[in-house]
Every structure is written in C-alpha cells, then in structure tokens.
Design a binder for this molecule. Sequence first.
Ligand code: PGA
Length: 249
Amino acid sequence: MSNPIIIGNWKTNPDELKTAKKFISNLDEKLAKEKLGKFKYMLAVPDVFISELSKLSKGKIGSQNISGTKLGQETGLSTSSQAKSAGATFTLIGHSEVRKRGETIEERKIKLESSLKSKLITVLCIGEKERDSSGKYLSDLDRDLKETLSQIDSQLASNLMIAYEPIWAIGGENSATPAECFEVIINIRRGLYEILGEKNAKDIQILYGGTVNKDNAKSFIAEGGANGLLVGRSSQDVKAFFEIICSCN
Ligand code: PGA
C-alpha cells in the first residue's frame, strides 16, 4: 500500500497569507529533515490563498468547497475550473459544515460532476449525525452515498475519494474508535462496488476524519481500514500536523 493520504482542512484559518506561507515552508523543512520530503500531504485552504500557496507547494493545495454553478451571474461563488486554474488539485465536497449551511443533495451532485469533469481530485465527505443501536445510520449513509453518486460517470471515478466523517466526532473531544471506523468503511466500500462496479471502485481511497490527533491517527489506518485521514484542528498547527504525518509513516 502506498503512503496514507493526509489531508488538512484549514477551514477559516490562518488569519493571513504570510502565516499560511510560513506554515508550509516550516512543514516542508521538517518533513525534509525526517526524510519525508517527498511525502504528499494535502491542504484544503481558504480559496483566497490557493493561488499563492499552490506556487509554494505544488500539487498539494485544494479547495474546501466549490460551487456547481456555471459561469455567470452568481455573487460570491467560485467554480471548479476557477479553483483549478488558481492551482487547486483537489476539492472537498459535502463537508458537514457546508451541508449545515443548507447544501442540498442536488447541489452536491452538480458539484461532484463539475469537479470530476474538471479533473480535480474530489473528496466527498459523508457521515452520520448520530448513531443508533439498530444500525439505521449504516443504511442512511448507504442511501446518501448512492444518491449522491447516482449520476456519476463511472469512468471519472479514478479522481474520487471518500472521507468518512461522523458528524458527532467533528470538532469535539472524542473520535470514532478504529472498530467503528472499520465497520463504516467496509460498508462504504461495498456501496461503491455496487454503484461503480469493482473495476472502478476498488482503488477509491476512503479516509477517516473527526478529532484525529497524533495519538489516534495511526489507528484509523492500521486498524480502522482507512487509506488516509482528513484532519481539521490538528492540521492548523504545524507541529501537530507534522506529528500526525510522522506517526502514519
Ligand atoms: P476536526 O475536524 O479534526 O477538528 O474534528 C475534522 C473536519 O472537520 O474535517
């Protein structure tokens, strides 16, 4: 298996472009010293920083959301091709914080199609709000995955990644356990096979996100079946993010 994919989600951090640039040069310097210089982390940054940061960190910078709108008269939105031309190589789609602001499944489908057609690596986030003892969350997640991917051209799936992010574990104190993560990842993998067929689904990487830190990061990969991680708060501090990367290598 190749190196796990570690994606940082900076959300609305940091405050200034110069701090963001300093973060990346510090991180690359630390990784080079550990001989992890070629390690490919990815960072989902505020859109306004994409252009400058992608010059510093080729191939690693992405967007946290794109709009599904076509060129035209929509105030305050950027399209997948605009993100790509600014230097983004990937985008998150359907993060729970975006869903909370009212993103519908129809919008998500349009974003997904637009992003995949622009050849951005497209990280679709899914996760349950809460768990129930009857396992309904598993069928709800399966339905969400299948509805969102229902119209996707399976040929474009080579650029698709899934991030399993249980909403109850985002921004809190407790992550999922590796066993809880494993159960859902197996289900997601099964769903992907059903929708896209084995050939297109088998190499899709499935990440875990939700209160990942240096102490639990490795367990989601070693025991939880994840191919990588989507990290929020711990990616916003260079030392914490560096320690996560080291712990997984
Ligand atoms: P967290 O956020 O790591 O701070 O829980 C994860 C995310 O929102 O992607």
